[in-house]
Design a binder for this molecule. Structure first.
Ligand SMILES: [Zn+2]
Ligand SMILES: [Zn+2]
Length: 114
């Protein structure tokens, strides 16, 4: 029997993050320029994307916890904020179980059910 793993549907195409700064606070007035920076506001979950111009404004006006240049992983579901590496990503990538091992585990689990 060939090894297999369950599959979800394909990932949606990556949407380029845009700046969400709005001078009025209303969504229809969003800047919407391509984001250059990913800003973490409170070290918990409140983060946002901003363009070069509004990053300058942020630095002059507000306190933030951390920032890094936007990278493809910033918009990926489940990507974590990696402070020391100055990016978003998946820190456990190296010890993630490989597909063959996972398939073997699933097959073994399957044979145990009555
Ligand atoms: Zn902007
Ligand atoms: Zn990021």
């Amino acid at each position: 029997m060939e090894p297999f793993v369950p599959k979800h549907g394909p990932r949606p195409a990556m949407v380029t993050p845009v700046c969400r700064y709005s001078p009025t606070g209303h969504q229809e007035n969003d800047c919407a320029a391509t984001a250059a920076w990913h800003v973490m506001w409170d070290g918990d979950r409140d983060h946002s994307f901003t363009c070069e111009t509004h990053m300058d404004l942020i630095r002059r006006r507000w306190m933030y916890d951390d920032r890094h240049p936007v990278s493809p992983d910033c918009g990926m579901p489940g990507a974590l904020w990696l402070y020391t590496e100055q990016r978003c990503g998946f820190p456990d990538e190296s010890d993630r179980t490989d597909v063959a091992t996972l398939a073997a585990t699933l097959l073994a689990a399957g044979t145990e059910t009555p």
